[in-house]
Each structure stands twice: as structure tokens, then as C-alpha cells.
Write a protein that binds this ligand. Structure first.
Ligand code: PLP
Length: 387
């Protein structure tokens, strides 16, 4: 591919010395599992978010599972979560013994629809997992109000939203507990798997830390799991953390440039950002009725794109037993065939952004029988797509 979807090596080259030094230090100290680098990262991430506690763990999926167990989920408890997310958000509910209750998303922001949350609450509902999908905060004001009214807890899945803000407040600081992933491709990424939980609740943090380390080292006060961040990942995250604000700014620059260049392409809806929300653009996801044709055109032009995700969660075989139909989640269902993620990463050169936009415009140009690009069939206008 001429223009890759992400280029992790490009970022490594910009901080090679810092990373190489960090890795060498961990090896020199044999500080492989937990240890000083992990402690330092937990402290630094808690400080960055302004929360009391950060509990590191092996990955962002474990983080959600640990949070659910920490909040005391019992067999049969219902947890409401987004129909449009990565499967970690829902599979962990089942793993922890709960029942997944999917909720539709807002058609334009892709985040969980608070009106549908309220409609899905039953006497068995105990909590909500909100996802800041693609880097855009969910409507936390409305979600926390619903949670207070119905006495529910809230877990924020912040795997895609490091440093995103809602009404000026950092995501991860609204819910009772929040989870982060540091998977390599995330906005703050390790060089392997890593994750963490954050909370202002000391008792909950202590329980989760104990549970994640076999129920206590030296004194097993309960059975737990083995979910640890390793020293190499922590040292890499410590080296990368100071750069995160600049990388976030660079992602916003890429998004703003795409917005500008694609503004007058009538067949493409650029990402809509909800009021008061500071998007950190883990992904830049457009919507178009001619998604598959456009995707093919871009692939042929050497531009990598991704579908995040090919289906809404309720429509995967894993959830066939819930027996959902398209009418249960009209927005998430409709977006399945429209969404397309364009290349985005902090180091993406301006010329590449321009080329992607140029090829998108080309794809919609009726150039029958001439020049280098075939136009894709006339699509339905985006104005017909909104409810
Ligand atoms: C990446 C991701 C996760 C899981 O993180 P891992 O570290 O890969 O386990 C959870 N939720 C969402 C929304 C994600 O994008």
C-alpha cells in the first residue's frame, strides 16, 4: 500500500533514542514483570488524568473484566452497552457472569444513545458500559444523569479515547471506573499488550489490583486472575507519554484537513462531533452509501482503509442467541454498510491526506470511458440517510 492505514514504525523513528534507552534499562535491571517502571507509569497516568488511582493490567479487555468483577457483578445482572463497539465491551460482561443488553448508537456520532439506554433499563440492570468510540466522548452528561436516577454504576471504555474531553473534563473521570487499552495501535500504544483501570475509589482500586494479581501476592485473600503489565511495556509507555499531547494535536490536524478537503464531496459525510466533545480521532470514519465501491477504488489507488467494524455486535454469530433484528438497532445497523475508516496517525504527511481526499473525489466523479479513474455508481445523497 502506498498509503498505509497506520505506520507505527514512523512514530518509533521519531523517538528511537528514548525508546531504545527505555528498553535497555528494563533489560539491564531485569525489571520484566511489574517493578519500578510499572509503578512509575501507574503514577504518571493517574496524574495525567487527575484521578486518585491507576491499576495496570495486561490489556484493555482484562481491564473491563476486572472492573465488572470489582463492581460485584452477579450472575444474571444486566449491563447495558453499545451495539457498535469492539467485542471486548460485551464479551467481558458475559465472562463476568452478566447479561449483555445492547443499545443503539447515535447515527452521526456513533456513540451510545442515551434515550435507548433509558428504554433498556429493567429491574435487573446494574450498570452501563459507555464507549468513547473512535476517540469521541459518549454523551457523558446524559449517561451519568441516567445512572444517578436509576442507581447504576458506569464503566467508561476509554480504549480509543486517551485525553478526549467532554465539556472540558477528561474521559475516564466521569464513571465509577474507566478502562484503557495500550494496544500498539491505540493513541497511546505499547509494543505489545497492556491496559489499565482508573478510579477515584480507593477500596475498589485495592480490590481490583488484588484480583488482577492472583488474589494477592503472598496472601491469597481470594482467587483472582493473572493480568499484569510488564516492565518493557511500562517503560515504553513512560517514554511515550510526554508525547501524547502533541500526537493528539497531530491527529486533530489530520482530521481537520480531511474535514476541509472532503467538505464539498456530497456523497461523503465526515465525522460529526457532538456539542462539548473533544474528539481525539483514534479513527477517522466517514459514511457513504457507496462504501464498498469507494473502498475498492481506494485499494486500487494504493490507499489502505479499514472497517471498524464490519458488523454491529448484535449481528455477529456470537450474539445470534439474542435473536436481534435490524429494527432493534436501526442506526448501528444502517451504519454497518456505510462506515469507512481512512488512514490516520500522527505522522501521516499532508500530501498523503491530500491524496486520500483527491482519490475519494475521483471515485465519485463520473469519468466514464476516460482518464485514470473509473467513477463509482451514483450514490444516494447523504441527506436521505438521516432519520
Ligand atoms: C482495543 C479496544 C479494547 C480492548 O483492548 P485490548 O488491549 O486490545 O484488549 C476494548 N474496547 C475498545 C473499544 C477497544 O477499541
Amino acid at each position: 500500500m502506498k498509503i498505509p492505514f497506520v505506520d507505527l514504525h514512523a512514530q518509533y523513528l521519531t523517538i528511537k533514542q528514548e525508546i531504545d534507552r527505555a528498553i535497555a534499562e528494563v533489560i539491564a535491571q531485569s525489571a520484566y514483570i511489574r517493578g519500578p517502571h510499572v509503578d512509575a507509569f501507574e503514577e504518571a497516568w493517574a496524574r495525567t488524568l487527575g484521578v486518585k488511582r491507576c491499576v495496570s493490567c495486561a490489556n484493555g479487555t482484562d481491564a473491563i473484566y476486572i472492573a465488572l468483577r470489582g463492581l460485584g457483578l452477579k450472575r444474571g445482572d444486566e449491563v447495558i452497552t453499545s451495539a457498535h463497539s469492539w467485542i471486548s465491551t460485551s464479551e467481558t460482561i458475559t465472562q463476568a457472569g452478566g447479561r449483555v443488553v445492547f443499545c443503539d448508537t447515535d447515527e452521526e456520532t456513533f456513540t451510545i444513545d442515551p434515550v435507548d439506554i433509558e428504554a433498556k433499563i429493567t429491574p435487573a440492570t446494574v450498570g452501563i458500559i459507555s464507549v468513547h468510540l473512535y476517540g469521541q466522548p459518549a454523551d457523558m452528561g446524559a449517561i451519568m444523569a441516567i445512572a444517578r436516577k436509576h442507581n447504576l454504576w458506569v464503566i467508561e471504555d476509554c480504549a480509543q479515547a486517551h485525553l478526549a474531553r467532554y465539556n472540558g473534563q477528561l474521559v475516564g473521570t466521569f464513571g465509577h471506573v474507566a478502562t484503557f487499552s495500550f494496544y500498539p495501535g491505540k493513541n497511546l500504544g505499547a509494543y505489545g499488550d497492556a491496559g489499565c483501570l482508573v478510579t477515584n475509589d480507593d477500596q475498589l482500586a485495592d480490590w481490583m489490583a488484588t484480583f488482577a494479581r492472583h488474589g494477592g501476592k503472598g496472601d491469597h485473600v481470594m482467587e483472582g486472575i493473572n493480568s499484569r503489565m510488564d516492565g518493557l511495556q511500562a517503560a515504553i509507555l513512560n517514554a511515550k507519554l510526554p508525547h501524547l499531547p502533541a500526537w493528539t494535536k497531530a491527529r486533530r490536524h489530520v482530521a481537520a484537513r480531511y474535514d476541509e478537503l472532503l467538505e464539498d464531496v456530497g456523497h461523503v459525510a465526515t465525522p460529526k462531533v457532538g456539542a462539548g466533545r473533544d474528539h481525539v480521532y483514534h479513527l477517522y470514519v466517514i459514511r457513504t452509501e457507496n462504501r464498498d465501491d469507494l473502498r475498492k477504488h481506494l485499494t486500487d489507488a494504493g490507499i489502505a482503509t479499514v472497517l471498524n467494524y464490519p458488523k454491529a455486535l448484535p449481528f455477529y454469530p456470537a450474539y445470534a442467541h439474542l435473536d436481534h433484528g435490524s429494527a432493534d438497532f436501526p442506526a448501528a445497523y444502517a451504519n454497518q454498510t456505510r462506515i469507512l475508516s481512512l488512514p490516520i496517525y500522527p505522522e501521516l504527511p499532508n500530501e498523503a491526506i491530500e491524496e486520500v481526499a483527491f482519490e475519494i473525489k475521483n471515485a465519485f466523479k463520473p469519468t466514464r470511458g476516460q482518464s485514470r479513474n473509473r467513477g463509482v455508481a451514483e450514490p444516494v445523497l447523504m441527506s436521505d440517510m438521516t432519520r
